[in-house]
Design a protein around this ligand. Structure first.
Ligand SMILES: C[S@@+](CC[C@H](N)C(=O)[O-])C[C@H]1O[C@@H](n2cnc3c(N)ncnc32)[C@H](O)[C@@H]1O
Length: 295
């Protein structure tokens, strides 16, 4: 099994595999964006994760994989910037942040959060161990407090979050980015119920929403062309209801943003309609970037 180097020279935490590998792909997009002129954000740690992991194949593979990667690599920076802006705005007043399926998200380190803000990062034990090792090797320090909470999001994640110090009586800001396609509609619904149960008045929630139809179209677009490991994980994932209906049922007022519209707001362009596998599911009924407030 591949292991990244560690400063002590001892073997390190294993490089994430399976669904965990998808976090490295997102880090690849963040590293590329950070190296651009006039980037939408700067993630100074993304390249370290890539160096410690071993990413490349998925982004440069022939035909379908590279085509969908072209789509994703122009979309992922839009998504990252959108959620950066959301968290900066939410933490002007809210003091606890929960990042669900944090992966290699480094917002706790790279955003100018107030020192009183605590960021809880939930992901698998394997992912959090790999991430910690890379951050430690860089000497990274969070802006406020950061607490890693190893969990399986299909099981009881609320008890470990409570044990880590999360206070459900205080308002909170939640983020769910790049996850829904990997879980079934039932798991996603239970996840949102769990978030809602722990969200006091004034809480906020931001989600990358994907309807089951969007996930199916996305999987078909990839498997039809090259059949990657990632698309196999998308089968049967997503949410069974429109975003607003789903969130309203769980007690949230939601606003859904169109990704092309957001890209234009950031003076970026996504591949034109019809040119990209992303556009096969790219209307807001099927996918979008959501910001919600607790009723
Ligand atoms: C595509 S990555 C997104 C990571 C991060 N939110 C981002 O956008 O950079 C998906 C993440 O979901 C996590 N994940 C998937 N299923 C999970 C589960 N059942 N329990 C905990 N984490 C899970 C993976 O480990 C991975 O870090």
């Amino acid at each position: 099994m591949t292991t990244p180097g560690s400063p002590s020279g001892r073997p390190g935490a294993p490089v994430p595999t399976g669904v965990g590998r998808t976090a490295l792909m997102v880090a690849a997009a963040r590293a590329a964006e950070s190296a651009r002129e006039e980037p939408l954000f700067a993630d100074p740690y993304a390249a370290d994760f890539l160096a410690a992991g071993d990413i490349g194949e998925e982004t440069t593979d022939a035909d379908g994989a590279s085509k969908i990667w072209d789509s994703f690599s122009s979309y992922l920076p839009i998504r990252t910037r959108f959620f950066d802006d959301y968290l900066l705005d939410a933490t002007r007043t809210i003091r606890q942040v929960v990042i669900i399926a944090a992966g290699l998200d480094t917002r706790a380190f790279r955003l100018p959060l107030a020192p009183e803000v605590t960021v809880y990062e939930l992901d698998t034990p394997e992912m959090l161990a790999f991430k910690q090792q890379v951050l430690d090797a860089r000497g990274a320090r969070p802006a406020g407090h950061r607490i890693a909470v190893p969990v399986d999001l299909r099981e009881d994640w609320g008890s470990p979050l409570a044990a880590a110090g999360f206070d459900p009586s205080a308002s909170s800001a939640w983020l769910v980015e790049g996850l829904l396609s990997y879980l079934t509609p039932e798991h996603n619904d239970r996840l949102l119920a769990g978030i809602s149960d722990r969200s006091a008045a004034g809480s906020r929630l931001s989600i990358e929403y994907l309807h089951v139809d969007a996930v199916a179209l996305m999987a078909a677009a990839v498997t039809g062309e090259s059949g990657t490991e990632i698309s196999a994980m998308w089968q049967g994932g997503g949410v069974a209801e429109p975003a607003q209906t789903w969130l309203d049922r769980h007690g949230w007022d939601a606003e859904v943003f169109d990704t092309h519209e957001r890209a234009a707001a950031y003076h970026r362009e996504l591949p034109p309609l019809g040119d990209s596998p992303m556009d096969r599911f790219g209307d807001t009924a099927r996918s979008g970037l959501v910001i919600a407030r607790r009723h």
